[in-house]
Design a protein around this ligand. Structure first.
Ligand code: ZN
Length: 469
């Protein structure tokens, strides 16, 4: 989930409106041949998206059919894991059923999962900052608490989807589960918590989330919490506090990835000092290419490589495309007073507010980002950290718009095609699509096995008590 503003139901409506608008203006996609779809082992009646888009951006060459066929063959073979998908929140807040087509409304549904070729998807257990018991930066914002309960609601909805569609989805919490899903032709539903305030400052709660199958946690969202500094908020702990370091050690002991997306550079550095297992960035890109605080600078990319970790590239244009980042910032400043007026005017009518904000954005469009920019980030991380340390972390359904050629989850095969076009070998593409994640995950599991034979083990029961904050 990506937002500089506080995400709530109202802004969710705005995002949905944006998605509808984008889908209406998106160019038609020409499908691959039926033979190519069969070659990819696709079960779907509607074929996967192709990189060839008649009438769209003419700077992109026509599809090379030989390469496209090869891309689909690799898709069929690969274990493909996406680090981050926010459809979970929509499932909880809007009662959205994954089995229902949501083309033009959301980025994700069951049918398009099949077209994507994905083996494993991390369903984000995104806990908005409004559920944190303390929000240091939200000066005009009242926090309501209930982070752990919110996380439980999101976890429950993932289990319910797997129970409702047992032929298509299995719950997964290990490398063995992901491999089994691949063998059975099902989607492995993994879960990662987004926002460390979800554990409500208790290592016992962290262990409970592990027991429920959660296999990563971003230590913060955009908000600094009571033990870790965030990318996009005031620094209060100079990185990780002592308790924050204990959280990292306990996650390593349990076998839960420490996810460094959303935390500050200093917090990342502290994590890399403390961690005894590989870290992951579930949805982060390269700062050298676009100067956003959510991206990772080269010196940290090199340290992540030494740690054995994996950086899964985020697709959001505002993060990955410098010209869009600058234009978005400029637009936010330019439209701030008008947006504030609209929010005041329609504060009791979220639907109308969403419509008006969308109209305002439509009248002030941002530049278009091409799919190739995603590949530029993969390429950069492969060069700086090594091809063994990069993956994909889409952020589908957590962002309001996406690059041309990557409009939804069904477009994922385009990444394989573009990597082939740039001369990547099949071996390296298999690593990028999921092999690197699997290697890092296996090491996280191995470290945990060496440190404890039970989930509880000798784990600390420490928690931050309100009186001691
Ligand atoms: Zn996020």
């Amino acid at each position: 989930m990506e937002c500089d503003i506080f995400m709530n139901k109202q802004t969710r409506l705005i995002l949905s409106a944006c998605l509808i608008a984008i889908s209406l203006v998106a160019p038609a996609l020409s499908p691959p041949s039926r033979a190519a779809a069969r070659a990819a082992g696709a079960k779907q009646s509607t074929p996967a998206a192709s990189p060839s888009r008649p009438g769209a951006d003419t700077s992109q060459p026509a599809r090379d059919e030989r390469l496209w066929k090869k891309a689909l063959e690799i898709q069929r073979k690969a274990i493909i894991v996406d680090g981050h998908n926010d459809i979970t929140e929509i499932m909880v807040d809007e009662g959205y059923d994954l089995g229902t087509s949501s083309v033009g409304l959301h980025h994700t549904d069951l049918q398009r999962f099949k077209q994507s070729g994905l083996t494993g998807e991390f369903f984000s257990v995104y806990v908005d900052r409004k559920y944190a018991s303390t929000d240091f930066a939200a000066k005009n914002y009242t926090t309501q608490g209930g982070s752990a309960r919110r996380a439980m609601d999101l976890i429950d909805v993932v289990y319910r989807a797997a129970e409702k569609y047992p032929k298509d989805i299995i719950m997964a919490s290990s490398t063995a589960d992901i491999r089994r899903a691949k063998r059975e032709g099902k989607l492995a539903a993994l879960m990662g918590i987004e926002g460390g305030h979800a554990i409500e400052n208790s290592l016992s709660v962290l262990r409970d989330f592990y027991r429920l199958g959660v296999r990563y946690m971003t230590l913060t969202h955009n908000n600094t919490n009571e033990w870790a500094d965030a990318c996009c908020d005031d620094a209060r702990h100079n990185g990780l506090s002592e308790f924050g370091k204990e959280v990292v050690r306990e996650m390593n002991r349990l076998g839960m990835f420490v996810d460094i997306s959303h935390i500050s550079d200093k917090t990342m550095s502290d994590v890399l000092d403390v961690a005894t297992a590989p870290v992951m960035a579930s949805h982060s890109s390269a700062r050298a290419l676009s100067n956003h605080r959510r991206n990772i600078p080269d010196e940290l990319l090199k340290r992540i490589a030494k740690n054995g970790g994996v950086v899964m590239v985020n697709f959001y244009p505002v993060f990955i495309d410098e010209k869009v980042r600058v234009a978005d910032k400029e637009r936010d400043e330019r439209l701030k007073s008008r947006r504030d007026e609209l929010r005041a005017q329609f504060k009791d009518d979220p639907k109308r507010l969403a419509d008006e904000l969308k109209k305002l954005n439509d009248a002030n469009p941002l530049p278009v980002t091409l799919l190739s920019v995603i590949i530029d980030h993969i390429d950069h991380i492969a060069k700086v950290a090594g091809v063994d340390h990069v993956g994909i972390g889409s952020d589908f359904d957590g962002v309001p718009f996406l690059p041309q050629g990557m409009e939804d989850i069904a477009h994922l095969p385009n990444i394989t095609y573009e990597l082939l076009r740039r001369g990547y070998s099949e071996r390296d593409i298999l690593k990028i699509l999921g092999g690197n994640f699997m290697r890092a995950f296996a090491e996280v599991e191995r470290v945990a096995h060496t440190q404890t034979r039970t989930v509880s083990g000798e784990g600390s029961q420490r928690r931050l008590e309100p009186a001691k904050r």
